[in-house]
Design a protein. Structure first.
Length: 232
């Protein structure tokens, strides 16, 4: 295809994604109370006696609703983004590359969603640590914007770092590293994973870092096994 055809094709894909994002934004804006309750649930489990969020300005309520609609729409649109990206890239791939492309897209999606789910269900323990670290003389008074930023940052951080095995397998397939090399550096890799978990955990609590570290170490050895199978 000539460059102009590629650009037209790209524009069509972007328009589809934008239209889907807009529709989901309207839906999430309407479902704001339910989504807010869903996001507040870890806070209410960590602090059942008081899990209210307090706005500090007249425009903060609207800003919060728009932010939640945007985040919710982005999450719902993610499968469409990946599908449209797949449809745009596939015509330019060789037959061998196409064989690996779809499993990579599916694995990336599943791992990203799995990482976000793990962050959501462990966020309660992170909050308990953060609430208790200040001592009994400090009472929590959260504003919804800072709370939303923290829980979304946690979910995104876990989702992104869960792409770790996909990157490793891709590097093995293009012969940047070999399974044997990865296995020989497992001690260094574990130190690197622990460091990565410490850097990418927005809450900074030890429980969340441990929860993130353990799957990543497992993913490292799983990626080595997958690399060996694909090399046969």
């Amino acid at each position: 295809m000539p460059w102009m055809e590629h650009l037209r094709e790209l524009r069509k894909r972007i328009i589809v994604v934008a239209a889907v994002f807009l529709v989901f934004s309207i839906v999430c804006f309407a479902l704001y109370p339910q989504i807010l309750d869903f996001l507040k649930a870890p806070y209410c489990r960590a602090s059942p006696k008081n899990c209210q969020l307090y706005i500090r300005g007249p425009l903060e309520g609207l800003s919060l609703r728009v932010s939640i609609a945007a985040y919710g729409s982005l999450f719902c649109t993610l499968p469409v983004i990946l599908f449209e990206t797949w449809q745009f890239v596939v015509p330019g791939l060789k037959s061998k590359e196409r064989k690996y492309a779809l499993p990579f897209v599916l694995a990336s999606t599943a791992l990203f969603i799995g990482g976000m789910a793990l962050a959501y269900f462990t966020f309660e323990h992170a909050l308990q640590f953060l609430l208790n670290i200040g001592g009994s003389g400090v009472d929590p008074l959260f504003d919804p914007t800072s709370y939303l930023k923290l829980i979304v940052a946690m979910m995104l951080a876990f989702g992104v770092t869960f792409e770790f095995p996909v990157v490793l397998v891709a590097l093995e397939l293009v012969n940047v590293v070999t399974p044997k090399q990865l296995l020989s550096y497992w001690r260094v890799a574990i130190i690197g994973v622990v460091t990565l978990a410490a850097v990418f955990t927005p809450s900074g609590d030890p429980f969340s870092m441990l929860v993130l570290t353990c799957p990543l170490i497992g993913f490292y050895f799983i990626a080595i096994g997958i690399g060996k199978l694909l090399k046969k």
